[in-house]
Design a protein around this ligand. Structure first.
Ligand code: UDP
Length: 338
């Protein structure tokens, strides 16, 4: 049941995507009402219950307003975005259009409909590469790639609207969202995959020949990049806690990560243990735009919202992703064939 017994009604832009759908399913389990608003350009219809999917684009303000009114929405979670660092470097036009102008449309629709609270999916890519680790919410902001600059610009836009129009917001700055539904029914399935854990598992099953590791000379314990992997159910819990306590007039920021750094080679080893065989890998040149180390301090999230992650080590996270990819080797497409 929803905390305090109050059932809330959420509209989740990008709610059929990897993180959005995990949050949507989680909120439904907690007794809330939630609807995905998604154009299905990246999202999967099969990731959400059919009666929870509204197909529409964040570029279509009228469609957002209709969804807000028809579903009598209390609060919005804005996941819809383009989110690949390399693509953002190659095509900033699309990134500014979707991540900034799309966010403005969502805000304008909310204003028109009197919806006054917004949870926004932000990112560790908003921080400077020069910060000491772990990153706190007070660490220096200085994004290095268009993905990060567009997300930070969207944060600033939301804060300006909130001040002027009596809205409330929470920014959740995600570190590396990972893993799959612990029941093995939902998981990571993108049109074009670039993320580490799914690619390592593709190499484990032969869907790819090998995993290319971007850089072996970083100043880390084994020379490969360090990231903070956080399970999508733990991310979902953070959304629930943040949303249930969000009021107009508030402006809050939380890092969402485990507070533990894992190297790329440790991820590969974790996958090998879970899968039970060696996974072919090769160290190649670093990827442009990658920082060497990103680790969150989740202290604020734990202390202010009482967040307690369930998945604190990489093996447990990878095990959920392996279960999903084992059951549905071609993702949602194989699921349709059930
Ligand atoms: N990575 C890698 N090979 C790949 C994909 C990713 O070595 O094919 C590394 C990447 O350099 C980063 C980590 O894995 O250090 C996580 O990358 P991912 O793209 O999953 O997420 P990001 O950290 O870019 O948000």
């Amino acid at each position: 049941m929803a905390t305090g017994g109050r059932t809330m009604r959420f509209l989740m832009t990008g709610g059929a995507g990897y993180v959005g759908s995990a949050c949507l399913r989680w909120l439904l389990k907690q007794g809330h009402e939630a609807y995905a608003f998604d154009d299905l350009s990246e999202g999967n219809a099969a990731a959400v219950p059919p009666d929870r999917l509204i197909q529409g684009s964040i570029h279509d303000r009228g469609a957002i307003e209709a969804a807000l009114r028809d579903q009598r929405i209390d609060s919005v979670m804005h996941f819809a975005a383009v989110a690949s660092v390399p693509d953002s470097i190659a095509d900033p036009d699309t990134y500014w259009q979707v991540n900034l102008m799309g966010t403005k449309n969502v805000l304008d629709a909310m204003r028109a409909c009197g919806v006054r609270t917004l949870l926004f999916s932000s990112t560790a890519a908003t921080y400077s590469f020069d910060n000491p680790m772990p990153l706190t919410e007070a660490s220096k902001l200085e994004p290095q790639v268009p993905y990060g600059t567009t997300k930070l610009a969207a944060e600033r836009l939301i804060a300006d609207y909130a001040r002027a129009y009596d809205m409330g917001y929470t920014f959740l700055r995600y570190f590396n969202a990972s893993g799959a539904d612990p029941d093995g029914e939902f998981g990571e399935d993108r049109r074009s995959e670039s993320h580490l854990i799914p690619l390592v598992l593709y190499a484990a099953t032969g869907r790819r020949d090998e995993i290319k590791i971007f850089g072996g000379d970083w100043e880390t314990r084994d020379g490969t990049c360090v990231r903070d992997y956080v399970h999508t159910d733990d991310l979902a819990q953070a959304h629930q806690l943040a949303a249930e306590s969000l009021e107009p007039g508030m402006g809050r920021v939380f890092n969402v990560g485990n507070g533990q750094g894992t190297t790329v080679l440790e991820v590969v080893r974790g996958c090998e243990e879970v899968v039970g065989r060696p996974i072919p890998h090769q160290i190649v040149e670093p990827r442009p735009g990658d920082p060497g180390i990103l680790i969150a301090s989740p202290a604020r999230l734990r202390e202010e919202l009482g967040w307690v992650p369930r998945f604190e080590n990489i093996r447990d996270i990878v095990a959920t992703a392996w279960e999903w990819s084992n059951r549905y080797p071609h993702g949602y497409e194989s699921k349709h064939g059930d």
